[in-house]
Design a protein around this ligand. Structure first.
Ligand code: HEC
Ligand code: HEC
Ligand code: HEC
Ligand code: HEC
Ligand code: HEC
Ligand code: HEC
Ligand code: HEC
Ligand code: HEC
Length: 324
């Protein structure tokens, strides 16, 4: 037999032998925590609701030190949160662990407003809300849009997300809204339903690029005029006190900002259409014009017109020289 082919066959053989030993269906190695109908090796454990009957708490998660203590602490009620329902109707709990006491920063969600899928109502996020956006997170402490965010289809296809913004746009668009999450435009060019158009064709923070050579030009360390700014750099999903879910602290957004500033964190307070405290976390004019040397109220300076509403000139979908 040809030498190359026999080496190839040896490698393929090894892969088949090694794979089941090192990577079961469930493992961090392949970002997959959800149980499958093979559960138990032969499927005999699929459809069973009482994890306790077969798994001893102390014995599990020896290879997952970040998970072991918190599962020990919260017990069998936690299992389905990470491993799925195992073919039953058991509840998948999230807030059991993701709360102020156990995981206060993961995510930050102490404030009243959040993305609860209801525009007019502020209510705490429920397990159901979490699951809408994070159907099968691998909870490895690293946020990856492709793995940790629910796969919403695009015109019937499950295309991977290139960025977190792709995820938002699978719902906030006009022609491909998701069943159960449809939205009505409140006014012309409402970002709720026009963000796909805005982000891909009109907004500077999305695909259309600004020149970076304007009167108030200048960005803080971490951002450049080539960057696509993510929706969640400006909008908080889990908790903020600001209207329109604008972040209220830098460590809950502005993901690329130099940590020396981001992690302080800088507070962001929005009132009556004045977004200066948001814009100034990334923008820092290199020239002194129109109050750009004035404190926006959160310790940073660098944007023009720091008082008054910005809405006349800067909103999503504004195609003129200003915009967002
Ligand atoms: C009837 C016994 C039984 C019940 C009930 C049971 N399991 Fe299992 N489970 C097994 C066996 C057997 C295995 C395979 C041996 C092993 O890895 O421990 C297994 C493996 C697993 C694995 C690793 C799977 C893999 O493919 O790598 C996970 C995760 C798991 N069980 C979670 C659960 C959860 C969560 C529940 C409750 C919803 C549950 N089990 C209920 C018997 C059971
Ligand atoms: C916070 C998420 C999380 C929760 C909650 C959780 N697990 Fe796991 N579990 C994991 C991860 C991650 C692995 C994979 C570890 C690896 O690949 O090294 C795993 C692996 C397992 C395995 C495979 C063998 C092993 O011990 O690593 C079993 C069995 C298991 N879990 C059972 C359970 C049971 C029973 C519960 C409820 C008491 C539970 N898990 C709750 C994250 C979780
Ligand atoms: C509308 C969708 C949405 C909802 C609802 C949602 N999330 Fe998220 N989550 C995201 C997005 C997008 C990110 C990444 C950007 C970020 O960190 O805000 C994220 C990031 C996270 C992170 C990792 C980043 C961090 O801040 O530590 C955790 C943990 C998390 N979410 C848990 C939850 C839990 C728990 C719930 C329910 C209480 C929930 N999420 C509800 C969309 C959502
Ligand atoms: C047993 C406790 C526990 C339960 C239950 C739990 N998580 Fe987690 N989760 C964790 C831990 C621990 C991390 C890692 C946090 C870190 O290191 O920042 C995590 C991380 C995450 C992340 C961040 C992305 C990543 O890969 O680390 C998301 C998103 C998340 N969880 C969502 C959920 C959702 C949704 C549920 C319910 C379906 C849930 N979690 C249930 C403990 C839990
Ligand atoms: C599964 C679909 C879905 C996804 C994914 C989604 N949204 Fe939403 N979003 C909604 C719905 C539904 C509403 C409420 C609309 C209503 O009540 O009319 C909403 C409302 C909003 C609002 C207004 C909330 C308020 O209280 O003012 C903002 C801002 C928003 N979403 C931004 C985002 C961002 C940013 C992302 C991605 C990180 C995202 N959304 C992902 C469906 C979604
Ligand atoms: C998370 C960081 C961040 C925040 C917050 C932010 N921007 Fe930007 N902004 C950028 C980056 C990066 C660019 C360059 C992207 C591009 O032009 O393609 C930019 C570009 C712009 C441009 C186009 C500049 C040009 O040269 O054409 C305008 C106008 C603008 N931003 C206005 C605002 C306003 C108004 C706010 C507050 C509501 C704001 N930005 C908040 C990062 C941010
Ligand atoms: C009357 C209209 C108007 C108002 C109101 C206004 N701006 Fe602007 N803004 C502009 C124009 C015009 C430009 C672009 C200037 C140029 O082309 O040289 C601009 C540019 C910017 C930029 C982009 C800087 C860069 O990188 O080029 C930021 C950031 C910004 N404005 C923030 C704000 C903030 C914050 C407010 C409210 C507190 C505000 N603006 C209110 C007209 C306005
Ligand atoms: C540079 C910061 C920034 C980025 C990036 C950004 N937004 Fe916004 N968003 C704002 C500001 C400021 C407003 C308020 C002005 C307006 O309504 O246009 C807003 C308003 C909205 C609203 C209207 C909320 C309401 O209650 O009326 C929605 C929906 C929204 N954004 C969704 C998104 C989505 C989806 C993305 C990403 C595709 C995104 N935004 C990216 C800053 C941003």
């Amino acid at each position: 037999m040809n030498k190359k082919i026999s080496i190839l066959m040896l490698v393929i053989g090894l892969v088949f032998i090694i794979k089941p030993i090192f990577a079961g269906d469930v493992s961090l190695l392949n970002n997959q925590l959800m149980l499958t109908p093979n559960h138990g090796g032969d499927g005999s454990a699929w459809g069973q609701a009482e994890c306790m009957n077969c798994h001893v708490l102390r014995g599990i998660h020896r290879t997952a030190p970040a998970i072991k203590p918190i599962v020990q602490n919260t017990g069998y009620a936690s299992c389905a949160g990470c491993h799925g329902q195992n073919g039953t109707a058991i509840k998948r709990e999230c807030v059991l662990c993701h709360n102020k006491q156990l995981l206060p920063k993961s995510p930050i969600m102490q404030e009243a407003k959040n993305h609860n899928f209801k525009l007019e109502q502020d209510s705490v996020l429920t397990d159901e809300d979490c699951l809408a956006c994070h159907k099968s997170s691998d909870m490895d402490g690293k946020f990856e849009p492709k793995i940790d965010l629910t796969h919403f289809n695009l015109k019937g296809l499950d295309l991977p997300y290139q960025s977190g913004s792709d995820f938002c746009l699978r719902c906030h668009n006009q022609d491909n809204q998701q069943v159960g999450y449809t939205m009505q435009a409140r006014f012309e060019r409402d970002p709720l339903v026009k963000m796909a158009l805005n982000y891909k064709h009109l907004d500077y923070h999305g695909t259309p690029k600004g020149g970076g050579n304007r009167t108030y030009t200048g960005l803080r360390d971490g951002y450049s005029y080539k960057t696509n700014v993510e929706c969640s750099d400006c909008h908080a999903m889990h908790g903020t006190h600001n209207e329109k879910l604008i972040i209220d602290r830098t460590d809950a957004g502005v993901s690329l900002l130099n940590d020396a500033i981001r992690m302080q964190p800088i507070n962001v307070h929005i009132e009556e259409g004045n977004y200066a405290q948001l814009c100034v976390t990334c923008h820092q004019s290199v020239h002194d014009v129109e109050e750009t040397n004035e404190d926006a109220g959160n310790g940073l300076s660098g944007v023009h017109q720091v008082s008054g509403s910005c809405l006349d000139c800067h909103t999503h979908g504004m195609a003129a020289q200003t915009g967002l």
